[in-house]
Design a protein around this ligand. Sequence first.
Ligand code: HEM
Ligand code: HEM
Length: 181
Amino acid sequence: MSHASPPFTPLQRVLHWSMAIGIVAMLFIGVGMMSTIDRNYLLLVSIHKPLGIVILVLAVLRLIVRWRRGAPPLPASMPAPMKFAAKLSHWTFYALMIAMPLLGWAMLSAGAYPVVVAGMRLPSLVPASAKLHSLLWTAHSTLAFCLFALVLLHLAAALFHAWVRRDGVFEAMAPWPRAPR
Ligand code: HEM
Ligand code: HEM
């Protein structure tokens, strides 16, 4: 059954879909970086670092927009545990969208590697330390796999709403405007 609550704003939808593309690209670029030692490694790193910082900035912007504009209510027909799981997964996404870039940046700071974005060298987040570098590397890798798993679950849930429940949840975030009824 379709619910008629207002959709996410166009800005929220543009941010959702551009960041979804950016984050999926980052996951594949990251794995690509770890799987090659030829000169493509440097190309992939030179995309991964600035794109990750752009995602950090967009995630902060998105949280501000979310705080000011809120989100459409979930349909009353949705069972409470499903609503809880949806909200938990969304806030986990926000946490990971902030944590992943910060961990990547801090990992490079701990390894004394520069993080340069648009010709500007960003400050070190933590002091240089081999032990901290290895800890942050493990955290960045482990959370990347958690993020990938969450993306797959979220995709499955979105398609379940669109094709099985048909309750308007997918349409609220769809990249195209809702058709007039
Ligand atoms: C949404 C943001 C990010 C995502 C989803 C992401 C994802 C990943 C993934 C999947 C890997 C490969 C992990 C593995 O196979 O074990 C990786 C590695 C890496 N990431 Fe990120 N990353 C993000 C942000 C950043 C940022 C902002 C930086 C630095 C400024 C960064 C620096 C690195 C580095 C240097 C590696 C490779 C480490 C090595 O060669 O040992 N990442 N990232
Ligand atoms: C990396 C990929 C993605 C990320 C990080 C992501 C993140 C998010 C977040 C954080 C929200 C909650 C918005 C809020 O309440 O402020 C959301 C909602 C939503 N996303 Fe995604 N998303 C991704 C990919 C996708 C894909 C591929 C689809 C569909 C095929 C999708 C469909 C939806 C839908 C329908 C909602 C609205 C859910 C609701 O109203 O409760 N997302 N997404």
